[in-house]
Design a protein around this ligand. Structure first.
Ligand code: NIG
Ligand code: FE
Length: 400
């Protein structure tokens, strides 16, 4: 029995759904062949005839699935530290946005940025995530807000996926906010009549997202965007109920969304609708932290209803200049009350589910891509416990 590589004496957090908790296996082995997991289980069950040109003894170290950041806006021009200073001095996010700052200031910087600049800056940010064991990342457009720049952002994201040892999943977020000096109806028909069809035909987007909020788009407008996405075979997701309860979670569920994200203001009806639709709740404690929100997402209700919980950085220049998924795990535990098991599942199995990629990534199971994070810790809780310690010892993407 020949494999390409075998790791022995590992503690595996498999996250396999048929095992309880994190699916921990001590004194475990993991073998890969052709970039896929070919064995993951107790060393005692590894066939005696197992051979590989490369065999590594992990001395009991923890191995998890490679981490997945399932919600980012990591491709953008400029930065917004000046706006951060204004907020520190008392200005609030929504009024900065209404005054033409916020998302629109990043739109100006992104439109003006050369492709090369977008690539270099995004690469640097992605490297920080990868240095903490991230092997798949979702990247949204949404700072172009016109046909050429939205498509350009998606092309940059696709190019990053080809250039870096990293899985990249792309999302069209043209419905992020209304572009300056533009008629609402005209922009919406540009999204539904041109951007979605082109993003789909040119295979630039894997999903369509929107921002349903009083400073962005109404539920009726998002519904039109989602109908176009559906007509072009693209799954949807939504920035829902972040600043107010606009019925975003229920709207997402109505379209069988992969995920509804943020959810600070989601009520019981939204939670129930998500449970029925199998929509994943993506919690974004980085944005919660930066906006000094007080109201936490309805975690207990989501749990009771059996809604899967995922976590992400939401990396963006406004509400979440966050380049550490480990920090997000800590914030989710301390601020939102998630357990260690929920935070680890939230950046692996449930993040994969939120991207519609659970059959390929997110757990350590035979047949899945061999995307692994090897940690210099004995207990999974240590990944959540520290702030500012990066215990990553090795990162394996597609078996290497
Ligand atoms: O996820 N909520 C809307 N979009 C981003 C913020 C984008 C920005 O401020 O640039 C978010 O928080
Ligand atoms: Fe976001």
């Amino acid at each position: 029995m020949r494999f390409d590589r075998i790791w022995r004496h590992a503690t595996l957090a498999t996250l396999a759904p048929q095992r309880p908790g994190m699916g921990l296996i001590e004194s475990a082995a993991l073998a890969v062949a052709n970039g896929r997991i070919a064995f993951a289980g107790p060393m005692s069950e590894l066939p005696a005839a197992a051979r590989a040109p490369e065999q590594i003894d992990l001395g009991g170290r923890l191995v998890t699935p490679g981490l997945i950041d399932c919600h980012t806006h990591i491709v953008f021009g400029g930065e917004r530290s000046a706006e951060f200073e204004l907020r520190l001095a008392g200005a609030d996010y929504a009024s900065i946005a209404r005054a033409g700052g916020g998302i629109l200031s990043t739109v100006r910087a992104t439109r003006a940025a050369a492709d090369e600049t977008l690539l270099i800056t995004a690469t640097e940010r992605l490297q920080a995530l990868m240095d903490e064991g991230v092997t798949t990342v979702e990247i949204k457009s949404g700072y172009g807000l016109d046909v050429p720049t939205e498509l350009r952002m998606l092309r940059v994201a696709r190019f990053l996926g080809r250039r870096l040892p990293l899985g990249v999943v792309t999302t069209l977020l043209a419905a992020h906010t209304l572009p300056p000096d533009t008629d609402r109806a005209a922009y919406l028909s540009e999204i539904t009549g041109e951007l979605i069809p082109r993003a789909s035909a040119e295979r630039l987007a894997d999903a369509v997202d929107g921002f349903c909020e009083h400073i962005a788009f109404t539920a009726t407008e998002i519904r039109a965007v989602f109908q176009a996405a559906r007509a072009h075979g693209l799954p949807v997701k939504l920035h829902a109920d972040q600043l107010s309860d606009g019925g975003g979670a229920a709207l997402a569920a109505e379209f069988d969304a992969l995920s509804a994200d943020h959810l600070e203001w989601t009520g019981e009806a939204g939670v129930a609708a998500m449970a029925r639709a199998g929509t994943v709740a993506v919690l974004l404690p980085g944005a919660f932290h930066y906006l000094r929100e007080r109201r936490i997402p309805p975690v207990a209700a989501l749990r009771r209803a059996g809604v899967p919980l995922a976590l992400a950085t939401d990396c963006n220049p406004g509400t979440a200049p966050v380049l550490s998924l480990l920090t997000v795990m800590n914030l989710a535990a301390v601020q939102f009350g998630l357990s260690v098991e929920e935070t680890v599942a939230g950046v692996t199995r449930e993040a994969a589910r939120a991207l519609g990629r659970l059959s390929d990534i997110g757990t350590l199971e035979v047949g899945k891509r061999a995307d692994l994070a090897i940690w210099n810790v004995d207990r999974p809780a240590e990944l959540v416990y520290w702030l500012g310690r990066n215990p990553l010892q090795g990162r394996i993407w597609g078996g290497r």
